[in-house]
Design a binder for this molecule. Structure first.
Ligand code: ADP
Length: 317
């Protein structure tokens, strides 16, 4: 005989309570401060994980994200990415507290920030430029991470174009082929992998500290306007990739772009490379969600290949 409905919900409740007790214990151990739970509130807005605000009787607050068991690596990389951005002292990020996996769910807990203000866009541009001025010796990072829900490989590489070809655009194209997107997407993609050096002639590319997933939903402002960025897909690479991503879904104002440009001017040709770089994110969206991202990927590939053709013809004449 099956369990009665009220018994089922009781069992679920017990499991959930045990799970949250373990997370709270982990927070207490890490912060060396007792946390007596007053309220656990579900928060909207996450595209990948479930998000919660935990509040204690004495007013402490933590932001916690959870996902199915087995995603601890994703949260470990997020925690390390936040710490590395914090180490730049260039821009505010939430302070990570702990991450783990209790066999039921994976989780990350971090400082809760009240991001109900409007980010000061001039400051955001200046601070992002300062973060991009922090650089590594090579392109990549010491650990892999995720972009959305997709694996993102970051093996240290000396050559930026090799890095982008193998670990970014080429990787997403291979994934798309596995997901059944062959044909035109693949032939255009392969052509672009071969021809993309034309977009970089004469450019020196600094391995800049990057957020890696800087769409409008990953930047916000505290009540006083202090800019905050969060949910990074961290690595060291061409700063233009972060700038490009800010255009994908909008949310950044002309003041932001002017301020960035004043602090750290972009090289000529960014307008074309912007579309080129965003193909990575749009094919990633195709791989995650399918649908209209297929047509958008094809259009972007064609647009960039046409621009390359124009550059090559112009340089011959
Ligand atoms: P996901 O990993 O699922 O994409 P996010 O990290 O983007 O989730 O977080 C979801 C939402 O929660 C964000 O859009 C933002 O509004 C809010 N948020 C993120 N980090 C914090 C934080 N440290 N404090 C308070 N709110 C946060």
């Amino acid at each position: 005989m099956g369990l009665q409905p009220d018994r089922v919900s009781l069992v679920n409740k017990e499991t959930i309570m045990k799970h949250w007790q373990l997370i709270i214990q982990h927070i207490e151990q890490t912060t060396s401060q007792a946390f007596s739970l007053k309220q656990q509130r579900s928060m909207a807005g996450g595209s990948i994980n479930q998000a919660f605000l935990l509040t204690s009787e004495d007013g402490q607050q933590y932001f916690v994200k959870t996902n199915q068991s087995g995603r601890q690596d994703m949260f470990e990389a997020e925690s390390k990415g936040l710490l590395e951005i914090a180490s730049s002292r260039a821009i505010k990020v939430p302070r990570p507290v702990c991450f783990g996996d209790d066999g039921v769910q994976s989780y990350i807990a971090m400082e809760f920030l009240d991001m109900t203000g409007q980010a000061d866009q001039a400051l955001l541009g200046e601070q992002l430029a300062a973060m991009h001025n922090v650089s590594a010796e090579r392109y990549g990072w010491h650990i892999n991470n995720t972009i959305g829900a997709t694996h993102q490989s970051n093996s240290w590489t000396d050559d930026w174009l090799d890095f982008w070809c193998e670990q970014r655009l080429g990787y997403q194209l291979q994934l798309a082929a596995k997901n059944g997107y062959g044909g035109e997407l693949q032939s255009l993609g392969e052509k672009l992998l071969v021809e993309m050096p034309s977009l970089f002639v004469g450019r020196e590319i600094l391995p800049s500290m990057l957020h890696g997933d800087l769409w409008g939903g990953n930047a916000a402002g505290l009540k006083d306007g202090t800019p905050v960025i969060y949910d990074p897909a961290f690595y060291y690479g061409d700063r233009e990739t972060d700038l490009a991503m800010t255009y994908v879904f909008g949310g950044f104002t002309p003041t932001f772009y002017n301020s960035y440009q004043n602090a750290f001017p972009l090289d000529d040709g960014f307008a074309i490379r912007k579309t080129f770089y965003n193909i990575y994110h749009i094919i990633n969206h195709l791989n995650m969600f399918g649908g209209g991202y297929h047509g958008q990927s094809i259009n972007m590939l064609k647009q960039v290949l046409a621009e390359i053709n124009y550059i090559n013809v112009r340089d011959i004449l």
